[in-house]
Design a protein around this ligand. Structure first.
Ligand code: ADP
Ligand code: ASP
Ligand code: MG
Length: 450
């Protein structure tokens, strides 16, 4: 089994030739790094998602295709010998063109996955050639041969046993011979259709692959030097966290901290693989280590923000002192495959938020058929433009006195669906999108900048 390191580079880390060269230098600096997982070049997945949603206007479609070609050509132009990589990239761009045309006639989740996967398929050709030109024996590997998933296009579930077996067979032997460059985010189902793990899924891919090859470490290289007390783009005084526990970091990822895909730490935790998060632009600044055992477990660790929340409120006077109402509600939701995230209840109402279920990035929708069935039982109210704010920490359900500080700081905000006390690791609530960043900034100043 491999006792080597897996390194993942995100979109901004492979945005252009200079950025890719920095990745190559990081890979070279650690001879133990044998497996590299790369995202699509920055901005590419968004362009592909736009095409996949169906662009009717042919001029606009051509503009997007031109932008895609420009991003990849800019790297090809700086390679010493781009012949092979260019041929590969242009073939993929041809596929993108025909899939985009098909999507403009009829979009589908299956087609979307095939289309959006092209970003990673192209970036890995470029990175492999760039590495070779620096004198590193590098092999590009199509991860769809190993990363087996179900057929839930847009948010496919990995099939762990197959992944492990295929990795042993196809990937580990390759890593003994050279540095393997492969794609994040994408996989394939049993029929060979391309699937994706959901937006930001390259982190998750890297962790799944690290688990399958029993890696000694997983490095996530991104555009910030580690995990901060909150998104530094929202609160510029946010500070880096040198060391954080798996449970705290998982909680952050689950509550929307974009730095890690929510499922990333699950495989790492299962196999106790230490995870490092750092900046490929400034590797010298160090980063964050995610470990089982950490030296400090502060009451407040970080703040996370997740927008595009859909809140459904169900009200019925019949719920008062009645039994079976909630069971019936969840039966209907389960029947329509509606995944529920948060839930709060009062005597006659229940509010819940819906999970994000696909690549679209938009707010999740309550299916019309589910709404119709629910309306036979109670009134149904759906609200959008909400964001979830989460305060993450330790022993929060056993600690006293801090709720006053938190809610006092936010007394001018309309807080909805407050969940407090259920988890030792978080306190969370919804606010309107228009004030969500302000809520994070105020809380950060009060709780983390003292
Ligand atoms: P990549 O393309 O490398 O996967 P992402 O854009 O997905 O990078 O994630 C990195 C971004 O995550 C940062 O630029 C930052 O804005 C955001 N972010 C959100 N929460 C945090 C946090 N707590 N610490 C650091 N970065 C965060
Ligand atoms: N390229 C994909 C995205 O932008 C996956 C990733 O970068 O993690 O969502
Ligand atoms: Mg990401």
């Amino acid at each position: 089994m491999g006792s080597f390191n897996v390194a993942k580079f995100g979109g901004t880390s492979v945005a252009n030739f200079e950025a890719m060269s920095r990745c190559a230098a990081i890979i070279e600096s650690n001879p133990n790094t044998k497996l590299v997982v790369s995202s699509a070049c920055s901005g590419v997945t968004n362009l592909l998602v736009e095409l996949a949603n169906g662009v009717q206007d042919q001029t606009h479609r051509s503009e997007i295709l031109t932008k895609l070609a420009e991003i990849h050509n800019a790297v090809l132009d700086q390679l010493e010998d781009s012949t092979q990589a260019a041929a590969e990239v242009y073939t993929i761009l041809d596929t993108v063109t025909s899939l985009a045309e098909a999507a403009s006639i009829q979009a589908s989740r299956k087609l979307t996955d095939h289309l959006v996967a092209c970003g990673e398929l192209m970036s890995t050709h470029l990175l492999t050639q760039l590495m070779r030109e620096r004198g590193i024996a590098a092999t590009r590997f199509d991860i769809r041969e190993v990363l087996r998933t179900d057929s839930n296009f847009g948010k496919a579930e990995p099939e762990l046993d197959s992944i492990r077996q295929l990795a042993e067979e196809k990937l580990i032997p390759l890593c003994q011979e050279s540095v393997v460059i492969t794609q994040g985010f994408i996989g394939s189902d049993a029929e060979g259709n391309t699937t994706t793990l959901g937006r930001g899924g390259s982190d998750y891919s890297a962790a799944l692959i690290a688990e399958a090859v029993e890696a000694s470490g997983l490095e996530i290289w991104t555009d910030v030097p580690g995990i901060y007390t909150t998104d530094p783009r929202i609160a510029p005084k946010a500070s880096p966290i040198p060391e954080i526990s798996f449970s705290e970091a998982s909680e952050m990822a689950n509550f929307g901290a974009k730095i890690l895909h929510p499922s990333t730490l699950v495989p790492a935790l299962r196999h106790d693989i230490p995870v490092f998060v750092g900046s490929s632009k400034e590797p010298e600044k160090g980063g964050t280590w995610i470990r089982h055992q950490v030296e400090s477990s502060p009451l407040f660790r970080a703040l996370a923000l997740r927008c595009n929340q859909t809140m459904v409120t169900l009200r019925s006077a019949k719920m008062f002192h009645a039994y079976g109402f909630l069971a019936r509600v969840f039966e209907i939701l389960a029947k329509h495959k509606v995944s529920v995230d948060l839930i709060t209840t009062s005597e006659i109402s229940v509010s819940l938020t819906l999970d994000q279920t696909d690549t679209s990035g938009g707010a999740p929708q309550l299916p019309e058929a589910a709404r119709i069935e629910l309306e036979e039982l109670c009134s149904v109210d759906v609200e959008h433009n909400l964001c979830l704010v989460a305060l993450i920490g330790n022993n929060m359900s056993e600690s006293k006195g801090y709720a006053k500080q938190v809610f006092g700081t936010l007394e001018d905000f309309n807080l909805r669906m407050i969940c407090y006390g259920a988890s030792p690791h978080n306190l969370c609530f919804l606010v309107h999108e228009s004030v969500s960043k302000q809520a994070i900034q105020k809380l950060h100043t009060e709780l983390f900048e003292g």
